[in-house]
Write a protein that binds this ligand. Structure first.
Ligand code: C5P
Length: 277
């Protein structure tokens, strides 16, 4: 039995540069990963199964459409056509929330299956499968701080933040990534500045999907203001296509008191006090 964490993905910055003919967008982004996330378990079995547990289990869509089962099917087709697997997804991250949930789960499934079948995780065909599963899946497969361009799947590793305290906050509104991209105003606001440290690059950057996401889910504005007003918050931003927002803090005390203060006003929001590598 192999257990893999599917860490929450954050986009420290996300610059949308152009619409492409294939329906995707050219972007530049800084991917980093949290200590916390979902968990995927794979084991050899005599009958195939897929079990979903955890606080967000009910929000996971139909089995046939799930990125875990799609990743497993693609893996089997490529590497182990006769294999039968029992899959478990322990779902702790909110779905459709800009922190990679489904992509992270797909990537963790591929990593777990590679380990189970004795394949190196950097097998080129595994990366091809990841690309086909979604734009964020290759970054999640690598699982380390990365600069992404193209659809977000042309990757170059960068230095990380070194376990920086972070608070993730989601107001409980699922937003469709495709819909948020479709609401982008088409204005190229310029490249991500690649000078300085990863934190300096992030601070100099922006998330171009924040305005369109806020137009769809105005509560995102309240999440950002709550985080930005927290003493000790160094960088406050929405991740991906939202609605999850995050703040980075210099110390865990500032992070934890921000969580307490915001939760007092919005007890129904989802909070994850974590660290970013
Ligand atoms: O690749 P994935 O299925 O995760 O993308 C979901 C949707 O997000 C795509 O169908 C597309 O509408 C949008 N997208 C985009 N440009 C990107 C990544 C995603 O337009 N670079």
């Amino acid at each position: 039995m192999i257990v893999e964490t599917a860490p929450a993905k954050l986009n420290l910055a996300l610059h949308v540069r152009a619409r492409r003919a294939d329906g995707y967008h050219e972007l530049e982004t800084l991917f980093v990963f949290a200590r916390d996330g979902d968990q995927v378990t794979v084991a050899p079995a005599t009958t195939p199964s897929f079990t979903v547990t955890g606080p967000f289990a009910a929000a996971v869509g139909p089995v046939a459409n799930n990125l875990v089962t799609r990743a497993e099917a693609a893996f089997r087709q490529a590497f182990a056509p006769d294999a039968i697997h029992a899959l478990t997804l322990d779902k702790h991250l909110p779905v459709a929330s800009g922190i990679g949930g489904g992509s992270a789960d797909a990537a963790a499934t591929l990593r777990a299956l590679a380990r189970l079948h004795g394949l190196p995780v950097d097998t080129p065909r595994l990366l091809t499968i990841a690309v086909d599963l979604g734009a964020d899946v290759p970054a999640c497969l690598l699982g380390c701080p990365t600069f992404g361009r193209g659809r977000g799947d042309a990757l170059a590793p960068v230095l990380g933040l070194g376990d920086m305290p972070a608070l993730l906050v989601n107001p409980g509104v699922a937003v469709s990534t495709a819909q948020v991209f479709a609401h982008w105003d088409g204005v190229d606001r310029g490249a991500l500045d690649l000078t300085g440290t990863t934190l300096e690059r992030a601070l100099a950057g922006r998330n171009d999907l924040q305005p369109p996401a806020e137009a769809i889910a105005p509560v995102i504005g309240a999440v950002i203001s709550g985080l930005a007003a927290s003493p000790g918050a160094i960088l406050t931003r929405m991740s991906g296509s939202g609605a999850t927002c995050f703040a980075l803090f210099r110390d865990t005390e500032a992070r934890d008191s921000a969580a307490k203060r915001i939760a007092a006003d919005a007890p129904d929001w989802w909070f994850c006090a974590t660290t970013i590598g």
